[in-house]
Design a binder for this molecule. Structure first.
Ligand SMILES: Nc1nc2c(c(=O)[nH]1)N[C@H]1C(S)=C(S)[C@@H](COP(=O)(O)OP(=O)(O)OC[C@H]3O[C@@H](n4cnc5c(=O)[nH]c(N)nc54)[C@H](O)[C@@H]3O)O[C@H]1N2
Ligand SMILES: Nc1nc2c(c(=O)[nH]1)N[C@H]1C(S)=C(S)[C@@H](COP(=O)(O)OP(=O)(O)OC[C@H]3O[C@@H](n4cnc5c(=O)[nH]c(N)nc54)[C@H](O)[C@@H]3O)O[C@H]1N2
Ligand SMILES: [Mo]
Length: 771
């Protein structure tokens, strides 16, 4: 593995092949070989995403009832190999290196050291992590937390923990006394959680895998499917074989949405034939979706006006609108007012292209719409989702087979965590139920989300920060402000599998509690345990670990929470931590009592092939909104980032995104194959004309400087040593990698209403960096 990221040595080569296919299969043995788990890995992979196997730890895409022989993708295999690696970051590593020394390692080197094997406590006198007995760690952490005011303690979670662990975690936090339960969703699909309940009365997507069989058109917005949810390409391939059009809206040509070769199909493997995925590719500007949707709806409304006057068949579903919705007139009035010049300018797309997309949409009877971070992570991410829903509602495309909306979720159980109570918003939790079930008074004060938790850290209002997974310090914006403040937190505790940046930038006291991964066998008093998750289509699945644990000392996340909670909270006979730890089916019984509608007969149904679907009003046109209707929301602006400086001059719009060799802050390698980037992540991909206009040349090394909103502090928000590379991207837009570029993003630059950091539109300037 190449370890050093020297952008001067990088090379760029356009990727000519399809996504999937030979590349995937051949890459497998190299992936497993690198982690030295060739035989074990192959055996484990055959159980991945199978009804009686384990749910992949990578993306959250649905797990079909009738899986393929290999129901995994190359990136899922990478995630599996990374977790079951034979490499170990054991106590000797920490004996050899001080924390200061480890801070000099790159993110990739830290995680590549392998799985943590033993609980560790930070010792300030030697600047080292030293082994600590589990009991001593729990006693000490519980004693410290008991001595603190609950209002200063944060319980973060990353969306990987199971439904069982997540339920216990939120219960522990609430019994301790607060709702400070920020999660990775706050940086991800929170815009969805805010928008969809208002538009259609559900907090999650309405589609299931079944719908793919009934749809006759798919629209895709702001998602890099070939890298981030590759198994979905199977469903897309199937619909394309039926001739279903797929229209993609994305500033750049993502390979997986252009061409796919199915590694399961002998025919495609033998002949390099491929399936063309998108039938139309709309290259919106970064932040251009509201304008593009306005254009499509404008054409639909005007065409419908003509039909109405000429007595033709209406293309707006007037019956659906009359019976089921509210706000149509306001939407129509707002859209009619906008002129095409403004639409073309703000979307970066021609009127003809938008009309072509709109025609495809109205020619279909059942339309599905999928979207990802290209939508949610903008200042007006919430509004963009309202606009997506508006488009669907215009033709009654919600609540019938083959139609609906699907926010493609990120982490493998991020949707499920919210379902079982991980949220800072008390109104989303059945507090009365918790009160009745456990006999305590749940806290009613709103807790902190991710951005607010960062603000609290900066204001020195946080006395302890507990992290159930994730890499908080690295995933959040504004590293140069957060990191020094983080070091002042009196206590940080991390439940984790591998060493990461958040373990090194730690509080005054710090504990690392290493846990089992989901792929590992979880043995408890009643035998090996299973856990469960919810996928992007609202289906719950059981998952059984298959591999031997990385170390005999590891505890499960459930056990870690249970052991801590037993010591932290006063005895309460209704709260049976030990029984729960001994037998996870009793946790599922408890979840079923709290959420009887969603989790009816949980222990049995979790093993249904394909999982079991949560009930969802919108699927049957029961709108669980305050007014009992599906709601149209008129647009208030055209740019998803209305406060971006005007596109003249030297200010560029940076979108920070994932490459093909990473899972969020976990960096497996330095290339992004499908985009043709090899050997570096320190790169800015720009339009050739922008490079010229700024009097730069390809290969130049520059420093990016954030254009800070007026009135902001004087923090150094710059990142140097970045190589300029020409790329097929709209004018004025730049692509760069997360998390390396997070120091550029002001904490205050977040989506209105949802507070998702607006990491897809960061205004920057470039300076030559001749170091
Ligand atoms: N292998 C792998 N799988 C993953 C992850 C991973 O890191 N690696 N991460 C997981 C997580 S937590 C998440 S949230 C998901 C993330 O998966 P995605 O939602 O795909 O997120 P990004 O990788 O940030 O890619 C954003 C996409 O939106 C496009 N885009 C950017 N700005 C705009 C815009 O203004 N409009 C439109 N229409 N498009 C835009 C970009 O070109 C890119 O294709 O993936 C999950 N799965
Ligand atoms: N600039 C920019 N910033 C972003 C984004 C972006 O697109 N651009 N995306 C945002 C998004 S969508 C997300 S979801 C966040 C991600 O934020 P997080 O979820 O906090 O980060 P991850 O990188 O997914 O966390 C990786 C760590 O999880 C730990 N881990 C892995 N498996 C397990 C396990 O089974 N149990 C436990 N306890 N720990 C485990 C490992 O130690 C690993 O180092 O980042 C956000 N930040
Ligand atoms: Mo995410």
């Amino acid at each position: 593995m190449q370890k050093e990221d020297d952008p001067r040595k990088a090379h760029f080569k356009k990727y000519q092949n399809a996504a999937g296919g030979w590349g995937s299969v051949r890459a497998l043995s190299s992936i497993l070989g690198r982690e030295r788990v060739l035989v074990k890995g192959t055996k484990v992979l055959l159980q991945q995403n199978k009804p009686d196997g384990f749910a992949c730890v990578s993306c959250s895409w649905a797990k079909p009832a009738d899986p393929h022989a290999f129901e995994f993708c190359e990136n899922g295999a990478k995630a599996t190999a990374w977790e079951i690696t034979s490499k170990r970051a054991d106590a000797s590593l920490f004996e050899r290196h001080t924390v200061r020394e480890l801070e000099g390692w790159s993110d990739m080197e830290l995680e590549a050291a392998g799985r943590l094997t033993t609980p560790l406590r930070y010792e300030a006198s030697s600047d080292k992590y030293v082994p600590v007995a589990w009991d001593d760690a729990f006693d000490a952490i519980a004693a410290d937390l008991r001595a603190m005011e609950p209002d200063g303690v944060v319980f973060y979670s990353s969306g990987r923990a199971s439904l069982e662990a997540s339920y216990l975690y939120q219960l522990m936090a609430r019994m301790y006394g607060n709702n400070h339960l920020p999660d990775s969703s706050n940086m991800c699909h929170e815009s969805t959680s805010v928008a969809l309940p208002k538009s259609i009365g559900v907090p999650v997507g309405t589609l299931t895998l079944e719908d793919f069989q009934h749809t006759d058109c798919i629209l895709f917005f702001g998602h890099n499917t070939g890298t981030n949810a590759p198994r979905m390409l199977h469903q897309l391939e199937e619909v394309r074989k039926r001739g279903v059009p797929i229209v993609t809206f994305n500033p750049i040509r993502e390979r997986g949405l252009e061409k796919f070769v199915n590694p399961q199909s002998p025919l495609q493997m033998a002949t390099p034939a491929h399936t063309d995925v998108s039938t139309q590719y709309v290259r919106v500007k970064v932040g251009g979706d509201i304008a593009a949707l306005t254009g499509m709806m404008k054409w639909i409304l005007e065409t419908d006006d003509e039909k109405r006057m000429n007595g033709g068949e209406r293309i707006v579903d007037v019956n659906f609108i009359a019976e089921h919705s509210q706000g149509f007139e306001e939407l129509a009035a707002a859209i009619r007012k906008v002129n095409w010049t403004d639409i073309e300018k703000a979307s970066g797309v021609s009127r003809e292209e938008l009309i072509q997309a709109a025609r495809t949409y109205v020619n279909a009877k059942a339309v599905m719409l999928m979207y990802g971070m290209g939508v949610t992570q903008h200042r007006e991410g919430v509004q963009t989702i309202h606009m997506l829903t508006n488009l669907l509602l215009l033709r009654g495309n919600i609540g019938k087979p083959g139609a609906g909306i699907c926010p493609i979720r990120g982490h493998s159980n991020v949707q499920g965590q919210r379902t079982v109570g991980i949220t800072e918003k008390p109104e989303l939790v059945p507090m009365d139920k918790l009160k009745e079930q456990y006999g305590f008074e749940p806290p009613s004060k709103k807790g902190w989300n991710t951005v607010e938790a960062c603000e609290a850290v900066l204001a020195k209002n946080v006395s302890a920060f507990f992290m159930l997974g994730g890499n908080f310090v690295r995933a959040v914006p504004d590293h140069r402000r957060i990191e020094p403040a983080w070091r002042e937190i009196p206590l940080t505790v991390q439940v984790l599998t591998k060493l990461n940046r958040s373990a090194l930038i730690h509080g005054k006291k710090s504990y690392l509690l290493p846990c089992l991964g989901r792929i590992e066998i979880d043995r408890q008093a009643s035998g090996p345990q299973a856990v469960s998750m919810e996928d992007s289509t609202g289906c719950m699945h059981g998952s059984r670990g298959q591999a031997e644990p990385a170390s005999p000392e590891l505890l499960s996340e459930v056990a870690i929470i249970g052991q801590l909670a037993k010591r932290l909270l006063p005895f309460n006979p209704k709260v049976t931590w030990q029984t729960w730890m001994d037998d996870y089916s009793t946790i599922r019984d408890a979840i079923e009592i709290t959420y009887p509608k969603i989790f009816k007969d949980f222990n049995r149904r979790m093993w249904n092939p394909g999982g079991f679907a949560r009930p969802m009003g919108a699927r049957t046109r029961q709108w669980e909104t305050p007014n009992g209707k599906a709601n149209f929301f008129p647009p208030t602006c055209l740019d998803a980032d209305p406060d971006m400086p005007p596109p003249s001059g030297d200010v560029l719009r940076l979108m920070t995104t994932r490459g093909d060799s990473q899972f969020n802050t976990t960096v497996y390698g330095l290339s992004d194959r499908f985009r043709g980037v090899h050997g570096t992540r320190k790169v800015l991909l720009m339009h050739r004309a922008d490079i010229q206009q700024l009097q730069l040349s390809e290969g130049d090394i520059v420093k990016a400087i954030s254009v800070v909103p007026p009135g902001e502090d004087h923090i150094d928000r710059s990142v140097g040593g970045l190589r300029i590379q020409a790329f097929d991207i709209p004018r004025g837009c730049v692509l760069g990698y997360y998390p390396e570029l997070n120091p550029l993003i002001p904490l205050s630059h977040y989506a209105k209403e949802s507070k998702v950091p607006a990491v897809k539109s960061v205004p920057i300037r470039l300076l030559r960096d001749d170091r």
